[in-house]
Design a protein around this ligand. Structure first.
Ligand code: ATP
Ligand code: MG
Length: 223
């Protein structure tokens, strides 16, 4: 009898290692509000090193809000997030510096890269020969490739992307998706990305999480 109770007790004790595992994103958001409006409630999940998690949900539900908390850009919430130190972010807009060459856009963010490494990183995303071009002289697709090169050049342990392929024509979206897939496979960061497209989520992610309700909470789906 007594032994049974012990086993039960052990089962309800939440397992929490003393020190977070390296390379893992661990999210525990009890509540996030804007003013008096609750946006997120009891959002808990982990993303392992090398794992890709897609975040789906209707417009205005709180996906970008959750991503900003995960990335450490918004600290105004109840709860806790453990994240790896080296992180890269990719947003809808490439956010490049217009008066710096493609090469400088890369090396300003990654001063540790040698000239040879920076050129190799550009070549990896198909920008060989365009090293000295300013972003305004690059096509939209090339600008996005440069943003990807910049994100991955530091070999991030963690990658956060908010609708990175939205509003691209299908051919460009497809080539960006393939490139991102390949770069993730090489660097194997813990990745979390927001998308509206279920097909995109199913292609890129090991696991899909969906935000639902007001305040929003998670309903997990297996791919
Ligand atoms: N800085 C802010 N101050 C007040 N309310 C905000 C702020 N940012 C977002 N909100 C509100 O929080 C809710 C969630 O916004 P969020 O941008 O996270 O949605 P989303 O799921 O990313 O939507 P979308 O798919 O359209 O990008 C929305 O109702 C939005 O109006
Ligand atoms: Mg959003």
């Amino acid at each position: 009898m007594r032994q049974d109770r012990c086993a039960d007790d052990r089962r309800v004790v939440p397992f929490r290692p003393l020190r977070p595992e390296p390379g893992v994103i661990r999210v525990d958001i009890r509540a996030k509000r804007f003013g008096v409006t609750p946006i997120l409630e009891n959002v808990r999940f982990e993303v392992a090193r090398g794992e890709t998690v897609a975040l789906l949900g209707p417009s205005g539900i709180g996906k970008s809000t959750l991503l900003r908390i995960v990335a450490g850009l918004d600290g105004d919430f109840e709860g806790h997030v453990d994240r790896p130190e080296s992180m890269a972010m990719v947003f809808q807009e490439p956010t490049l510096l217009p008066w710096r060459s493609a090469l400088r856009n890369l090396t300003l963010v990654h001063p540790e890269l040698s000239d040879r490494q920076a050129r190799a990183a550009l070549a990896r995303v198909g920008l060989k020969g365009r090293e000295e071009a300013f972003p305004g002289r690059l096509s939209l697709g090339q600008q996005r490739r440069l943003a990807l090169a910049r994100a991955f050049a530091g070999r991030p342990e963690m990658l956060v992307m908010d609708e990175p392929f939205v509003s691209l024509d299908p051919a460009l979206a497809e080539s960006m998706l393939s490139l991102t897939e390949a770069l993730i496979a090489e660097a194997r960061p813990a990745t979390i990305f927001v998308t509206h497209a279920r097909a995109e989520a199913e292609r890129l992610a090991n696991r899909i999480l969906e935000l639902r309700g007001h305040p929003a909470t998670l309903s997990p789906h297996l791919v």
